[in-house]
Design a protein around this ligand. Structure first.
Ligand code: ZN
Length: 446
């Protein structure tokens, strides 16, 4: 009898019309526990680069980390593959599930790096396969097998730095597609009792609850927070008004900005990556169709466009107030250029580092009577209408105007934030290392 540590990665099982990879993970928590496996960590919910062109919905990949007797090897693999097969939307074009099995007590550096690359940029399926061969992992691919990329990335994300938790409650199948029934007052009460240790429960601008998704997926609601204890406690405050089939606590990279990679120069920006970059505003903001705001930034070598796409909200109103010369740091996903538009950063956040001084030019005042002078034409000086004095050599005087935007960090409103976006309430709460911890007593049901 030998005890084996096994990582099971899952990705790309869902579609916009059906399913959810976290649900498959939740079902497997029950099945693998019943088979006799022991979970050595909470299941990982790893959100991958939200800017890849072929993503499904939330672009979340999952990993289950268990320890088991080697005699269970086959039964475990069979349970995983059959569960993925049963709950994936295999008829949907673009749903290409992948499963990865990897036995190892420690995670090789190269697989951790592969995970980072898949969270911030684009990884190739052939690189995933190469790593699996090199380190002895096993992949099961359905259809074109693109899911293997995310599955391996979920395996390799071991959350050595900032991370969060989410408890997700699932509906019973007869309720799929119907309006979710959760007592709203209890959600507001939970939010009040647990924030800032939970986040993104309520859209503050519109006072609307956002823990319940819309759509046909099996999720009833999810609560995000800083620790397993916090999200479990919050979960107990919320009153579900329909049956909860199961619930699980996940360890996640949600709310951490893990997708954003800092680039030193604008010339290093690549299409489909998620970046943080500095530059100075080089064209005045302009409104385009759909009331989006576009402006350009430049550094010594290059220039790129930035777009605030939100129809309302803080980010767009700040973008409109920028002026040429403002030093900014921009955060967002990169859209490739085309024949009629350059590379564009879809903004998630803007930091105004150093506002440029804004100056207007005004006519000088009369030295004799103090009245504002009138121009006598370009380069011809000024005259006073009141006392008739003339000042042929006077020029306009520069006056500094107070800006109506101040330095600081601005972000999209809660309702339009991506899963990965670090909300303002989490600033200062980041985890810098993985603590030594044991799992809380009850982190799943059943
Ligand atoms: Zn005068």
């Amino acid at each position: 009898m030998t005890e084996i540590t096994k990582h099971i990665g899952l990705d790309d099982t869902d579609s916009t019309r059906r399913g959810c990879t976290t649900y498959i993970a939740a079902v497997l928590v029950e099945k693998l526990t019943k088979l006799g496996a022991t979970f050595v960590d909470y299941p990982s919910l790893v959100r991958l680069n939200p800017n890849v062109p072929w993503k499904t919905r939330g672009n979340g990949a999952l990993c289950l980390r268990i320890s088991h007797d080697d005699a269970l090897e086959l039964q475990i693999k069979e349970a995983v593959v059959s569960t993925v097969e049963k709950h994936s939307d295999l008829e949907n074009k673009g749903t290409d599930p992948g499963v990865v099995f990897f036995n190892s007590a420690r995670m090789p550096r190269e697989i951790r790096d592969f995970a980072q690359n898949t969270i911030t940029g684009i990884s190739k399926i052939k690189d995933a396969k190469k790593l699996l061969r090199k380190y002895g992992g096993e992949a099961v691919a359905f259809k074109d097998g693109r899911g293997i990329i995310g599955a391996l990335a979920a395996v390799g994300e071991t959350f050595q730095s900032d991370h969060t938790f989410e408890v997700i409650a699932y509906r019973t199948p007869e309720n799929y597609g119907t309006k979710r029934r959760v007592d709203e007052t209890s959600i507001l009460e939970m939010d009040k009792a647990t924030k800032p240790n939970t986040f993104n429960n309520v859209d503050e601008e519109r006072r609307r609850v956002i823990i319940t998704p819309r759509g046909p997926d099996p999720i009833l609601f999810g609560i995000r927070g800083e620790s397993p204890e916090v999200v479990k406690n919050a979960f107990q405050i919320v009153k579900a008004l329909e049956p909860v089939e199961r619930w699980v606590v996940f360890r996640t990279n949600q709310g951490t900005d893990a997708h954003l990679r800092r680039v030193k120069e604008l010339s290093q920006i690549r299409p489909y990556s998620s970046i943080i970059a500095k530059g100075s505003v080089s064209t005045p903001p302009r409104m385009i169709r759909g009331k989006h705001v576009i402006f350009s930034i430049k550094d010594l070598g290059s220039e790129v466009d930035c777009a605030a796409y939100e129809p309302t909200g803080v980010l767009r109103s700040v973008a409109r107030k920028l002026i040429v010369g403002d030093q900014v740091e921009v955060y967002g996903g990169v859209r490739p250029g085309s024949s009629d538009r350059p590379l564009t950063i879809n903004l998630e956040k803007i930091r105004l580092i150093k506002p440029a001084s804004q100056v207007t030019y005004r006519n000088p005042v009369c030295l004799k009577c103090g009245a504002r002078l009138k121009s006598m034409g370009k380069d011809k000086g000024f005259r006073c209408d009141k006392c008739r004095a003339r000042y042929p050599t006077f020029t306009k005087t520069a006056v500094r105007v107070k800006r109506d935007v101040i330095r600081g960090l601005y972000m999209t409103s809660t309702r339009s934030q991506r899963h990965l976006t670090k909300p303002s309430s989490r600033y200062g709460m980041e985890k810098h290392r993985r603590g030594v911890e044991s799992l809380v007593d009850e982190w799943h049901f059943p």
